[in-house]
Design a protein around this ligand. Structure first.
Ligand code: SF4
Length: 363
């Protein structure tokens, strides 16, 4: 719903976009926080019809493969450890239930607000094994790295991380390699870019002729990014533009990059919808292998078993609008999610359900 005060301002933007969008363009907002901001402000409704804005794989919980979710849930269910996780993960459904279900059945699962809080749990409960679930992109991985480094310095033996961190640029490359995508440009994630800077995206214009704009999260930031991208497409000069300079430095956050480099090395990672992407994961370096919960507790990867009927994979690639999923709003709602895209605070299906008429569509 667009507030009255903003309506006039958005109309001015729409007039400008109408004027400059001389051909159909397909843009992708990569980041789940952008997807939520777009939905909340009703931006899709103010865009002229020649601009199509699709949502991408930028919700870390949503892109976590079913096999990884089931493997981790198996560890939680066995109750050998205390699990510390962000609240976002609690209701994500696995094939045998969710963390919330296992907690209701007696498993020790704690919601924390940072990896350092999980570390504190380990310090204050020396007789208990604390496993932190490390999910997220370059934005949250430095926090996990910091906790591991501190645990190493303190010689903590009862702290470990079930590590599922991923990196964004490799996923963009997979989308660009997909001939079915036909994307003209990307709205790039502000928070991830604050860590990695601009350089990791340069392959997009150089190799694929596709540009991107790093954007903040206010509706006007997003509309400005759309206008910038359309102008660049018109000019035939795709490039990476940083429109979030107050937060994103060209070289990113070098201190965070150093922490990441000390703790992690690249590995292949399985993404829901995109499959196994070489070099898109972060695995603990050998010197920190003692903090790897999967090694420590001998967790073997669960068989890949996609939940029946769930089409999150297509939603995450931007090739299916959530409302086109037959389960949307019927058997799948935020109260009873079938897939992670409906339950995560950055999930595309949740954004459509809450803000883009999905609730009405469902009823
Ligand atoms: S509506 Fe539900 S089942 Fe369908 S894609 Fe979204 S999360 Fe998956």
């Amino acid at each position: 719903m667009i507030e009255d005060g903003k309506r006039k301002y958005f109309r001015l933007f729409r007039d400008e976009l109408e004027r400059i969008a001389v051909r159909p363009v397909r843009l992708m907002e990569v980041c789940g926080t952008h997807t939520m901001a777009i939905g909340r402000a009703g931006l899709r409704q103010v865009l002229p019809p020649q601009i199509s804005l699709v949502s991408g794989p930028g919700c870390p919980v949503c892109v976590t493969a079913d096999a990884d979710i089931d493997s981790f849930l198996g560890l939680a269910k066995e109750r050998r450890v205390t699990v510390a996780t962000f609240g976002d993960m609690m209701r994500v459904p696995g094939n045998e239930g969710s963390l919330a279900d296992f907690r209701a059945a007696g498993a020790d699962i704690r919601v924390v607000y940072s990896p350092l809080e999980a570390l504190e749990l380990a310090r204050s409960n020396p007789g208990q094994e604390i496993v932190f679930l490390g999910i997220g992109f370059e934005t949250s991985a430095p926090g996990t790295a910091q906790a591991i480094i501190r645990a190493g310095r303190e010689g903590l033996k009862n702290f470990s991380v079930y590590n599922l961190h991923k990196t964004v640029p490799q996923a963009l490359q997979v989308l660009l390699d997909d001939p079915g995508q036909a994307l003209d440009a990307f709205i790039l994630p502000g928070h991830v870019s604050a860590i990695i800077g601009e350089a990791p995206y340069r392959f997009m214009p150089e190799k694929y002729g596709v540009g991107g704009a790093i954007a903040g999260f206010e509706p006007t930031d997003i509309l400005a990014a759309i206008a910038r991208l359309v102008k660049d497409i018109n000019s035939g000069c795709p490039r990476i533009t940083n429109l979030y300079g107050q937060v994103v430095r060209p070289g990113g956050n070098t201190a965070a990059q150093q922490i990441l480099a000390e703790t992690f090395e690249p590995c292949d990672a399985d993404w829901r919808g995109l499959g196994m992407i070489p070099g898109s994961g972060l695995k603990l370096r050998p010197r920190y292998a003692g903090f790897d919960a999967a090694l420590k507790f001998g967790v073997s990867r669960a068989p890949a078993k996609v939940r029946a009927g769930c089409r999150c994979g297509e939603v995450l690639k931007g090739i299916l609008r959530p409302v086109a999923c037959p389960l949307f709003g019927r058997t799948c709602t935020p109260e009873h999610p079938v897939g992670p895209c409906m339950v995560s605070s950055e999930g595309t299906c949740a954004a459509y359900y809450l803000y883009e008429g999905g609730k009405a569509h469902a009823s």
